[in-house]
Design a protein around this ligand. Structure first.
Ligand code: HEC
Length: 180
């Protein structure tokens, strides 16, 4: 038995419990849970550190996929519910745990998709990513879950809501007083 495992696991459980108990604390937390070790003072508690490289095929939309289409307003509303749903992950997190008040986003998020994202390059070796694929890599890496079916209503809903979050992020980025 590796005796270092126990405190590590306890620290991780603590971090997850904290995130779940106080979602508002996520943005106040200086530890970006998925930042590379070099930039992260809390790498030991990093739920993404354990995640091995991601098979790029897992997060690349297959050619010929027919994306689900529906009423945009309804999809956004459902997406907002899913964004806050911890049941989507296997580690007690929701998208909102990390992304509340634009938490964890980098400047790349303000650019139109497809674009380059550091985590995507690091974990999957892909140079650029589309918006629905970005939802999928966050499902697989920080949420420690399976990607959603590509033609599912859930993925369409989360992507529709992500587009709204991106618009708010772009607005905040343009306003230096609102920026973090
Ligand atoms: C444990 C924290 C964590 C959770 C939970 C999480 N993410 Fe992320 N997400 C990150 C980090 C860290 C980044 C920044 C990656 C980068 O810029 O390299 C990010 C980036 C993003 C981006 C923007 C990428 C860009 O720059 O274009 C989107 C969109 C996103 N996440 C969506 C989601 C969705 C949807 C969920 C839920 C299914 C989710 N995230 C759950 C940590 C998380």
């Amino acid at each position: 038995m590796n005796r270092n495992m126990k405190p590590m696991a306890a620290a991780l459980a603590g971090a997850v419990a904290l995130a779940v108990a106080a979602p508002g604390a996520a943005t106040a937390n200086p530890c970006n849970p998925c930042a590379p070790k070099s930039r992260n003072p809390c790498a030991a508690k990093n739920p993404c550190a354990a995640a091995a490289a991601v098979d790029p095929k897992l997060i690349t939309r297959p050619k010929g996929t027919k994306l689900y289409t529906g009423n945009p307003a309804e999809l956004r509303k459902e997406g907002e519910r899913l964004w806050n749903d911890t049941k989507l992950s296997t580690n007690g997190m929701s998208c909102n745990t990390c992304h509340q008040n634009n938490g964890a986003f980098n400047a790349s998020f303000a650019q139109p998709y497809p674009h380059k994202v550091a985590m995507v390059q690091e974990k999957a070796g892909l140079k650029t990513i589309r918006m629905d694929e970005m939802v999928q890599i966050c499902m697989v890496v920080p949420m420690a879950a399976k990607p959603l079916p590509w033609d599912s209503r859930e993925l369409a809903a989360l992507t529709a809501y992500t587009a709204q979050v991106q618009k708010d992020f772009q607005r905040a980025a343009k306003n230096p007083c609102a920026a973090k």
